[in-house]
Structure formats: structure tokens, C-alpha cells
Design a protein around this ligand. Structure first.
Ligand SMILES: C[S@@+](CC[C@H](N)C(=O)[O-])C[C@H]1O[C@@H](n2cnc3c(N)ncnc32)[C@H](O)[C@@H]1O
Length: 201
């Protein structure tokens, strides 16, 4: 059955929380991101001229809802989501759009399958602070492989993530992979407050 409820509706919020309780380190947040955070994410890259965009860990689609209307008609787009319940929910809210139920570390393989050689922007909703070193390295390497020169990885984080050992290692790792790494102020209208990190190849 098609569900057109907003990504942050009570219904999707409850499903999100249930998935968090069963897989806290994969989901990494207790609620879908806010509209303010989504707007900050999509405003951090030039989508009007993008030819290919990928979304990592879309969950119920709180960023997808702000990404898709900003893409030009010829722009290729797909999402990668590991959790099957989230993948189903996302699919029902975005009929006709492509989602691979897979791990983001295989983004290069998935781009090849889709016939996409270069990606302009990757938006990430991933809980990097719960990724171990191998998964962080593999995902960043694969992302760098597919991003065009000057392409961007736009991601977000919470303060707690900057204090956890895996989170600290993630933020230390970024400058090794990207030529610039810029961090925004905190977006307070999000649970919990979050910042956006824009990494340019
Ligand atoms: C914090 S939630 C973000 C959901 C949504 N983007 C938002 O901001 O509301 C993180 C999402 O990343 C997904 N995820 C975690 N590890 C992943 C992996 N290795 N590959 C793909 N998706 C992953 C989770 O299943 C979850 O849906």
C-alpha cells in the first residue's frame, strides 16, 4: 500500500524509533532529521547543475523530500539504504525512484551498475560515529572514486558524535580524503542539534 505521510510524520517517527531500538548503531538517531537540517544539507551543494546525485542512508526520506524537487529533469539519482524496513518505507514514499538495499561501501559498484561514471553530490544521513575504521575507510574510498573533481560529500553530525572515539576518528580522517572540509554552525531546530559538514574533492 502507498504511504504518502511526510517523512517526519508521527507514523514514520514511530517506525523510525522502533528501528532505532532494534538496531541502534545502524540507525544512529532516535528521530528523522528536521526540515531545518534538510534545508541546510540541500543548500550546501549546487543541485541545479548536478548530473548525478546519490543519497546515503535516507531512512524514511527526510532529506530525499528536499533533494528531489531541486534536481533538474535529466539528473540521475539513487539512494542506498541498508535497513530493509527503512528501504520499504522509503520505496512506498518515492515510487519510481531507485533505492539499492545495500551498504554504502559499495557505492562505486552500484554507480557502475547504474551506468553512472561521475557523481556531483553525495548526501549522507549515515551514523558515521558508529562505523568502525574499516567501514569508514571503505565508504570514503568508494565515495572518492565516484565523485567528480570538485564533487561534494555533504553529511551531518551531532555533538555526541564528535566525542565518541569512532566519531573523532571520522572527523580526523576527512581531510585525508578531501581537499576542503567545512563545518556549519549548529542547527538547533533538530533533535538533537546537528551541524552540516561539506567535503569537497
Ligand atoms: C540517522 S539515520 C538517517 C535517516 C535520514 N537520512 C534522516 O536524516 O532522518 C541513518 C540511516 O543510515 C542507514 N545506514 C546505516 N549504515 C548504513 C550502511 N552501511 N549502508 C547504507 N545505509 C546505512 C540506517 O539504516 C538509517 O536509515
Amino acid at each position: 500500500m502507498t504511504s504518502l505521510a511526510p517523512a517526519r510524520s508521527r507514523k514514520h517517527g514511530v517506525r523510525f524509533l522502533k528501528e532505532f531500538i532494534s538496531q541502534p548503531f545502524v540507525i544512529g538517531a532516535i528521530a528523522p532529521s528536521s526540515k531545518r537540517l534538510a534545508m541546510k544539507m540541500v543548500g550546501s551543494a549546487d543541485l541545479a547543475h548536478a548530473k548525478a546525485v546519490v543519497e546515503f542512508g535516507p531512512g524514511t526520506g527526510s532529506f530525499t523530500d528536499y533533494i528531489l524537487p531541486r534536481l533538474n529533469p535529466g539528473c540521475r539519482f539513487f539512494a542506498i539504504e541498508l535497513n530493509p524496513t527503512m528501504a520499504d518505507l522509503w520505496g512506498s514514499r518515492h515510487p519510481g525512484r531507485t533505492l539499492h538495499q545495500a551498504s554504502v561501501k559499495d557505492v562505486d559498484v552500484l554507480c557502475a551498475q547504474e551506468g553512472i561514471e561521475q557523481v556531483d553530490v553525495i548526501f549522507s544521513g549515515l551514523p558515521w560515529a558508529s562505523f568502525d575504521d574499516d567501514l569508514q575507510e571503505a565508504t570514503l574510498k568508494a565515495s572518492l572514486k565516484v565523485l567528480k573533481p570538485g564533487g561534494k560529500l555533504v553529511t551531518f553530525g551531532y555533538r555526541v558524535g564528535t566525542l565518541l572515539p569512532k566519531g573523532r576518528r571520522f572527523y580526523k580522517r576527512l581531510p585525508r580524503f578531501f581537499s576542503t572540509v567545512e563545518r556549519s554552525e549548529y542547527i538547533l531546530r533538530n533533535l538533537p542539534p546537528a551541524f552540516v559538514v561539506t567535503c569537497t574533492k
